[in-house]
Design a protein around this ligand. Structure first.
Ligand code: G3P
Length: 218
Protein backbone atom coordinates (compact mmCIF):
# COMPACT_ATOMS: atom_id res chain seq x y z
CA UNK A 1 0.00 0.00 0.00
CA UNK A 2 1.28 3.43 -0.87
CA UNK A 3 1.09 6.39 1.52
CA UNK A 4 0.67 9.90 0.19
CA UNK A 5 0.65 12.91 2.48
CA UNK A 6 -2.36 15.21 2.13
CA UNK A 7 -0.82 18.64 2.67
CA UNK A 8 0.92 21.55 0.94
CA UNK A 9 3.10 22.26 3.99
CA UNK A 10 6.79 21.87 3.13
CA UNK A 11 7.95 21.09 6.68
CA UNK A 12 5.37 18.34 7.08
CA UNK A 13 6.29 16.83 3.70
CA UNK A 14 10.04 16.99 4.52
CA UNK A 15 9.57 15.38 7.93
CA UNK A 16 7.60 12.40 6.58
CA UNK A 17 9.83 12.12 3.52
CA UNK A 18 12.88 11.81 5.80
CA UNK A 19 11.17 8.93 7.61
CA UNK A 20 10.98 7.18 4.24
CA UNK A 21 7.27 6.38 4.42
CA UNK A 22 5.88 8.78 1.83
CA UNK A 23 5.25 7.76 -1.78
CA UNK A 24 3.56 10.95 -2.98
CA UNK A 25 1.68 14.14 -2.08
CA UNK A 26 -1.84 15.41 -2.68
CA UNK A 27 -2.76 19.07 -2.55
CA UNK A 28 -5.92 21.00 -3.33
CA UNK A 29 -6.77 24.72 -3.52
CA UNK A 30 -7.77 24.81 0.17
CA UNK A 31 -4.52 23.17 1.32
CA UNK A 32 -2.47 25.58 -0.83
CA UNK A 33 -4.48 28.56 0.47
CA UNK A 34 -3.69 27.44 4.04
CA UNK A 35 0.04 27.88 3.34
CA UNK A 36 -0.45 31.42 1.96
CA UNK A 37 2.46 31.09 -0.49
CA UNK A 38 2.32 31.59 -4.27
CA UNK A 39 0.75 28.23 -5.30
CA UNK A 40 2.84 27.48 -8.39
CA UNK A 41 6.10 28.16 -6.53
CA UNK A 42 4.86 26.01 -3.66
CA UNK A 43 4.04 23.12 -6.02
CA UNK A 44 7.49 23.32 -7.62
CA UNK A 45 9.08 23.17 -4.14
CA UNK A 46 6.95 20.13 -3.23
CA UNK A 47 8.00 18.36 -6.45
CA UNK A 48 11.64 18.99 -5.55
CA UNK A 49 11.18 17.24 -2.18
CA UNK A 50 9.39 14.07 -3.37
CA UNK A 51 10.01 11.87 -6.41
CA UNK A 52 6.54 10.31 -6.34
CA UNK A 53 3.30 11.73 -7.76
CA UNK A 54 2.27 15.22 -6.60
CA UNK A 55 -1.39 16.09 -7.23
CA UNK A 56 -2.16 19.69 -8.21
CA UNK A 57 -5.76 20.72 -8.82
CA UNK A 58 -7.26 22.76 -11.65
CA UNK A 59 -9.71 25.54 -10.76
CA UNK A 60 -11.35 26.04 -14.19
CA UNK A 61 -14.82 24.59 -14.67
CA UNK A 62 -14.99 23.98 -18.43
CA UNK A 63 -13.19 21.17 -20.25
CA UNK A 64 -11.08 23.68 -22.20
CA UNK A 65 -10.07 25.60 -19.09
CA UNK A 66 -9.17 22.40 -17.28
CA UNK A 67 -7.10 21.09 -20.20
CA UNK A 68 -5.16 24.35 -20.55
CA UNK A 69 -4.48 24.53 -16.83
CA UNK A 70 -3.52 20.85 -16.75
CA UNK A 71 -0.98 21.34 -19.55
CA UNK A 72 0.61 24.24 -17.64
CA UNK A 73 0.66 22.30 -14.38
CA UNK A 74 2.19 19.24 -16.08
CA UNK A 75 5.10 21.42 -17.26
CA UNK A 76 6.07 22.23 -13.65
CA UNK A 77 7.64 18.83 -13.00
CA UNK A 78 7.55 15.29 -14.41
CA UNK A 79 5.82 13.97 -11.27
CA UNK A 80 2.81 16.30 -11.41
CA UNK A 81 -0.60 14.59 -11.50
CA UNK A 82 -3.51 16.86 -12.36
CA UNK A 83 -6.54 16.75 -10.10
CA UNK A 84 -9.79 17.12 -12.00
CA UNK A 85 -13.21 17.44 -10.35
CA UNK A 86 -15.81 14.70 -10.88
CA UNK A 87 -18.08 16.63 -13.26
CA UNK A 88 -19.15 15.98 -16.86
CA UNK A 89 -16.72 18.66 -18.06
CA UNK A 90 -14.03 17.14 -15.86
CA UNK A 91 -14.55 13.62 -17.19
CA UNK A 92 -14.20 14.87 -20.77
CA UNK A 93 -10.93 16.52 -19.78
CA UNK A 94 -9.68 13.34 -18.08
CA UNK A 95 -10.15 11.27 -21.21
CA UNK A 96 -8.30 13.77 -23.41
CA UNK A 97 -5.49 14.42 -20.93
CA UNK A 98 -4.79 10.72 -20.34
CA UNK A 99 -4.53 10.19 -24.12
CA UNK A 100 -2.05 13.10 -24.18
CA UNK A 101 0.01 11.38 -21.50
CA UNK A 102 -0.93 13.73 -18.64
CA UNK A 103 -1.86 11.75 -15.52
CA UNK A 104 -5.13 12.67 -13.83
CA UNK A 105 -6.60 12.22 -10.36
CA UNK A 106 -10.39 12.51 -10.31
CA UNK A 107 -11.32 14.33 -7.12
CA UNK A 108 -14.46 15.08 -5.10
CA UNK A 109 -15.70 11.51 -5.61
CA UNK A 110 -18.49 10.43 -3.26
CA UNK A 111 -20.23 7.43 -4.88
CA UNK A 112 -19.53 4.07 -6.49
CA UNK A 113 -21.13 5.30 -9.73
CA UNK A 114 -18.67 8.19 -9.85
CA UNK A 115 -15.80 5.72 -9.32
CA UNK A 116 -17.05 3.62 -12.24
CA UNK A 117 -17.35 6.64 -14.56
CA UNK A 118 -13.88 7.95 -13.64
CA UNK A 119 -12.38 4.48 -14.19
CA UNK A 120 -14.07 4.17 -17.59
CA UNK A 121 -12.68 7.60 -18.55
CA UNK A 122 -9.21 6.19 -17.93
CA UNK A 123 -8.18 8.24 -14.88
CA UNK A 124 -4.82 7.22 -13.44
CA UNK A 125 -6.13 7.89 -9.92
CA UNK A 126 -9.58 8.24 -8.34
CA UNK A 127 -10.07 9.89 -4.94
CA UNK A 128 -13.13 8.95 -2.89
CA UNK A 129 -13.50 11.48 -0.04
CA UNK A 130 -14.40 9.07 2.74
CA UNK A 131 -14.15 11.52 5.68
CA UNK A 132 -16.70 13.86 4.15
CA UNK A 133 -19.04 10.89 3.56
CA UNK A 134 -18.64 9.97 7.22
CA UNK A 135 -19.32 13.57 8.27
CA UNK A 136 -22.54 13.28 6.27
CA UNK A 137 -23.64 10.18 8.19
CA UNK A 138 -23.01 7.84 5.24
CA UNK A 139 -21.18 4.52 5.42
CA UNK A 140 -17.78 5.45 4.00
CA UNK A 141 -16.28 1.98 4.48
CA UNK A 142 -18.99 0.22 2.42
CA UNK A 143 -18.57 2.83 -0.32
CA UNK A 144 -14.85 2.08 -0.42
CA UNK A 145 -15.31 -1.72 -0.42
CA UNK A 146 -17.69 -1.54 -3.36
CA UNK A 147 -15.41 0.89 -5.19
CA UNK A 148 -12.49 -1.53 -4.83
CA UNK A 149 -14.70 -4.41 -6.03
CA UNK A 150 -15.63 -2.41 -9.14
CA UNK A 151 -11.99 -1.61 -9.93
CA UNK A 152 -10.95 -5.26 -9.46
CA UNK A 153 -13.94 -6.75 -11.33
CA UNK A 154 -12.81 -5.17 -14.61
CA UNK A 155 -9.12 -4.78 -13.81
CA UNK A 156 -9.36 -1.03 -14.42
CA UNK A 157 -5.96 0.67 -14.53
CA UNK A 158 -7.11 3.43 -12.12
CA UNK A 159 -5.62 3.40 -8.64
CA UNK A 160 -7.86 4.33 -5.74
CA UNK A 161 -6.51 7.09 -3.49
CA UNK A 162 -8.46 6.99 -0.24
CA UNK A 163 -8.85 10.70 0.53
CA UNK A 164 -10.31 12.91 3.24
CA UNK A 165 -8.86 10.46 5.77
CA UNK A 166 -9.99 11.51 9.24
CA UNK A 167 -8.34 8.95 11.53
CA UNK A 168 -5.92 6.04 11.81
CA UNK A 169 -8.81 3.53 11.61
CA UNK A 170 -9.56 4.82 8.10
CA UNK A 171 -6.05 3.78 7.07
CA UNK A 172 -6.47 0.29 8.55
CA UNK A 173 -9.81 -0.20 6.79
CA UNK A 174 -8.25 0.97 3.49
CA UNK A 175 -5.31 -1.43 3.93
CA UNK A 176 -7.61 -4.36 4.77
CA UNK A 177 -9.44 -3.98 1.48
CA UNK A 178 -6.22 -3.53 -0.50
CA UNK A 179 -6.83 0.09 -1.51
CA UNK A 180 -3.87 1.14 -3.65
CA UNK A 181 -3.11 4.40 -1.82
CA UNK A 182 -4.24 6.39 1.21
CA UNK A 183 -3.52 10.10 1.28
CA UNK A 184 -3.09 10.87 4.93
CA UNK A 185 -2.92 14.17 6.84
CA UNK A 186 0.26 14.78 8.89
CA UNK A 187 -1.65 14.59 12.20
CA UNK A 188 -3.02 11.11 11.37
CA UNK A 189 0.42 9.85 10.20
CA UNK A 190 1.85 10.97 13.56
CA UNK A 191 -0.86 9.08 15.45
CA UNK A 192 -0.16 5.93 13.40
CA UNK A 193 3.41 5.84 14.75
CA UNK A 194 2.46 6.01 18.39
CA UNK A 195 1.21 3.56 20.98
CA UNK A 196 1.46 4.22 24.75
CA UNK A 197 2.80 0.70 25.34
CA UNK A 198 5.74 1.36 23.01
CA UNK A 199 6.84 4.35 25.10
CA UNK A 200 6.19 2.60 28.43
CA UNK A 201 7.90 -0.57 27.21
CA UNK A 202 10.98 1.34 26.10
CA UNK A 203 11.21 3.14 29.46
CA UNK A 204 11.12 -0.19 31.36
CA UNK A 205 13.71 -1.81 29.06
CA UNK A 206 16.12 1.10 29.56
CA UNK A 207 15.63 1.18 33.35
CA UNK A 208 16.27 -2.58 33.62
CA UNK A 209 19.37 -2.19 31.47
CA UNK A 210 20.71 0.56 33.74
CA UNK A 211 20.00 -1.60 36.81
CA UNK A 212 21.97 -4.45 35.27
CA UNK A 213 24.91 -2.14 34.46
CA UNK A 214 24.91 -0.84 38.07
CA UNK A 215 24.86 -4.43 39.43
CA UNK A 216 27.74 -5.47 37.18
CA UNK A 217 29.88 -2.58 38.44
CA UNK A 218 29.49 -3.66 42.09
O1 G3P B 1 -7.35 14.85 -0.49
C1 G3P B 1 -8.62 15.37 -0.23
C2 G3P B 1 -8.65 16.02 1.09
O2 G3P B 1 -7.73 17.07 1.14
C3 G3P B 1 -9.98 16.48 1.54
O3 G3P B 1 -9.92 16.33 2.91
O4 G3P B 1 -10.31 16.85 5.22
O5 G3P B 1 -10.90 18.53 3.48
O6 G3P B 1 -12.25 16.46 3.75
P1 G3P B 1 -10.91 17.08 3.88
Amino acid sequence: MKFFIDTANLEQIKEMQELGIIDGVTTNPSLLAKEGAEPIEQLVKICQIVDGPVSAEVVGLTTDEMINEARDLAKLAPNIVVKIPMTKEGIKAVKLLEVEGIKTNVTLVFSQNQVLIAAKAGASYISPFIGRLMDNGQNEIDMLWESMEIIRAYDFKSEIIVASVRNARHVIESAKMGAHIATIPFSVLEKMFKHPNTEKGLEVFLKDWEKLQAQLKK
